[in-house]
Design a protein around this ligand. Structure first.
Ligand SMILES: NC(=O)c1ccc[n+]([C@@H]2O[C@H](COP(=O)([O-])OP(=O)(O)OC[C@H]3O[C@@H](n4cnc5c(N)ncnc54)[C@H](O)[C@@H]3O)[C@@H](O)[C@H]2O)c1
Ligand SMILES: O=C(O)C[C@H](O)C(=O)O
Length: 322
């Protein structure tokens, strides 16, 4: 039995996520699930409607669904927490206001995880700015190992694999060793310098990588918002499922994926920043892939995204949020 807490449960991503968790897509067909949904008071009725629909699916693996507007109840006994609800940026909002508004959400949720969740809690932050929200939550949960707080760059990773597949004509299943470095923002660095297609390094046109591939992946979230009128939901939910499934069940032999984890100073990313790396998972633990050669082109981009994360950390430190 696994207890999964999902925040922002009445939102768009929540609606695309919860039914797949309940069907077994995230934890496997042998793992019964208890869902605990957290929403703000004004969205509890909507979340209860989603809970009614979950009941109506009669999922064999779904043991229970409960809805809360109190974080310390919602995280009680949680083994997995998906922090989706956040305060999105509006046009008139300064960055400090955005960080402060999210500090008011992720600080208390970190404290609730610290006091109420199970000892094996694994946290994935989806709500933006995801990396720094994860840093805030982790800093309010001193009894939980830092490595259990992660932020989602799997959607960027999947976007990168898809773009490479479309460019080369190779199926997605033939592509391995793609990496997203840094922040889930426009400064992220989608890196194909170690990518393999059918186990061999493809010959990619550097101009395409620099001028088309990288900007397309890094700005895909904005392109989706422009096209759909709201941010990616089903693909974000799918990426969250992929992230937790790989964390719990492991990554395939010979490949890696991307996830944002507290840095251990690997690849020159300052310690403690929640930054995306190439990662493998085994035994329920992420490991940063060691020893990759980093050329000058990659170095500049990894450093630029790490610098943005360091700025965000300085801003939340200044605001007293961590
Ligand atoms: N990391 C990624 O790759 C990625 C991708 C897509 C979207 N996102 C982000 O995910 C977040 C959610 O997106 P969405 O489309 O579902 O948004 P949405 O507005 O449809 O839903 C968000 C939900 O969160 C709830 N919420 C707000 N504050 C809360 C709190 N303190 N506790 C519990 N619930 C709370 C809201 O009531 C709302 O129902 C946004 O921040 C979005 O930018 C991240
Ligand atoms: O919500 C956003 O700003 C975009 C989202 O993070 C995405 O990458 O699709």
């Amino acid at each position: 039995m696994t207890t999964v807490t999902v925040t922002g449960a009445a939102g768009q991503i929540g609606y695309a996520l919860l039914f797949r968790i309940a069907s077994g897509a995230m934890l496997g067909s042998g793992t019964p699930v208890r869902l605990r949904l957290l929403e703000v008071p004004q969205a509890v009725a909507a979340a209860s409607g989603v809970a009614m629909e979950l009941d109506d699916c009669a999922f064999p693996l779904l043991e229970s669904v409960d809805v809360f507007d109190d974080a310390s109840l919602a995280f009680e006994g949680a083994n997995v927490a998906l922090l989706v609800g956040s305060r999105p940026r509006t046009a008139d909002m300064a960055r400090a206001d955005l960080l402060a508004a999210n500090g008011a959400i992720f600080g208390p949720q970190g404290r609730a995880i610290n006091s109420a969740a199970s000892d094996d809690i694994r946290v994935l932050v989806v709500g933006n700015p995801a990396n720094t929200n994860a840093l805030i939550a982790a800093s309010h949960a001193p009894d939980v190992p830092r490595s259990r707080f992660t932020a989602m760059t799997r959607l960027d990773h999947n976007r990168a694999v898809s773009q490479l597949s479309q460019k080369t004509g190779a199926p997605v299943s033939a592509i391995s060793r793609v990496t997203i470095w840094g922040n889930h923002s426009a400064t992220q660095y989608p890196d194909v310098s170690h990518a393999l297609i059918d186990g061999r390094a493809p010959k990619l046109d550097h101009a395409w990588v620099e001028n088309e591939f990288i900007p397309t992946v890094a700005r895909r979230g904005t392109a989706i918002i422009e096209a759909r009128g709201s941010s990616s939901a089903a693909s974000a939910a799918n990426a969250a499922i992929d992230h937790v499934r790989d964390w719990v069940h492991g990554t395939p032999e010979g490949d890696w994926t991307s996830a944002a984890l507290p840095s251990d100073s690997s690849y020159g990313v300052p310690e403690g920043l929640v930054s995306s790396f190439p990662v493998t998972s085994a035994g329920g633990e992420w490991q940063i892939v060691p020893g990759l050669e980093i050329d000058e082109f990659s170095r500049e981009r990894i450093d630029a995204s790490a610098a943005e994360l360091a700025d965000e950390r300085a801003a939340v430190t200044e605001l007293g949020l961590i």
